[in-house]
Design a binder for this molecule. Structure first.
Ligand code: HEM
Length: 178
């Protein structure tokens, strides 16, 4: 808004053109409302042009730079998630996916998003589901498992998980058939 008004003030002919448009198109007495916007085509042009010239974010990125959206930071942002650092799967109950404001984008978004998202999600879900269904799990050491990541593209754990699985008695007949 501030950018648009500044630009219009720097270009009085455009400001006058916009004022003329509002004068001739807004028939009712009173401030323009939503239903007027359709007929105010020049106003839309002014806004688009302002956003074209003054978009949010202004970074100089050297040619051939590879950019990665920092999902780690967004996924742990306290302003986007309640108790952002706490493991609480319940927060995904009722989650609206992309309609929830792109605060969760482990597969990326848009044209270059992961082609294998469905396949990847099903594969991981099947594997974790099967491990939990078939085995009773115990830690080998006392205390919490070290959750430090090895920061890299893959985001592996710094310390590999070591744990003790014991087949659930009712699953033994099924597992022994595999
Ligand atoms: C849970 C498993 C997976 C995760 C977390 C994952 C995540 C991602 C991410 C973050 C990207 C980058 C998106 C971007 O640039 O914005 C990507 C790209 C891609 N992924 Fe996956 N992925 C997974 C599984 C798979 C699988 C199973 C396949 C193939 C069967 C696959 C194929 C691809 C391809 C082809 C691209 C490149 C898309 C492009 O640049 O146009 N991914 N993936």
């Amino acid at each position: 808004m501030e950018w648009a008004m500044s630009a219009l003030l720097n270009h009085p002919d455009k400001l006058e053109k916009l004022r003329e448009e509002t004068r001739s198109n807004v028939k009712h007495k009173g401030v323009i409302h939503e239903s007027d916007l359709l007929s105010l085509t020049y106003l839309r042009c002014v806004i688009n042009e302002t956003l074209r010239l003054y978009p949010s974010g202004n970074y100089e990125i050297p040619e051939n730079t590879t950019l990665f959206a920092n999902a780690w930071a967004v996924h742990r942002d306290d302003e986007l998630w309640e108790d952002a650092e706490v493991f609480k799967p319940e927060i995904f109950e009722g989650f609206l996916g992309d309609r929830d404001g792109y605060r969760f984008f482990l597969f990326g978004v848009g044209r270059r998003a992961c082609h294998g998202a469905g396949f990847g999600m099903r594969t991981v879900a099947l594997a974790v589901g099967a491990l939990v269904q078939c085995f009773e799990w115990e830690k080998v050491d006392k205390g919490d498992i070290d959750m430090t990541p090895a920061f890299s593209m893959e985001m592996a754990k710094a310390e590999p998980l070591v744990a003790l699985p014991k087949p659930w008695p009712d699953m033994v007949p099924i597992l022994s058939q595999l």
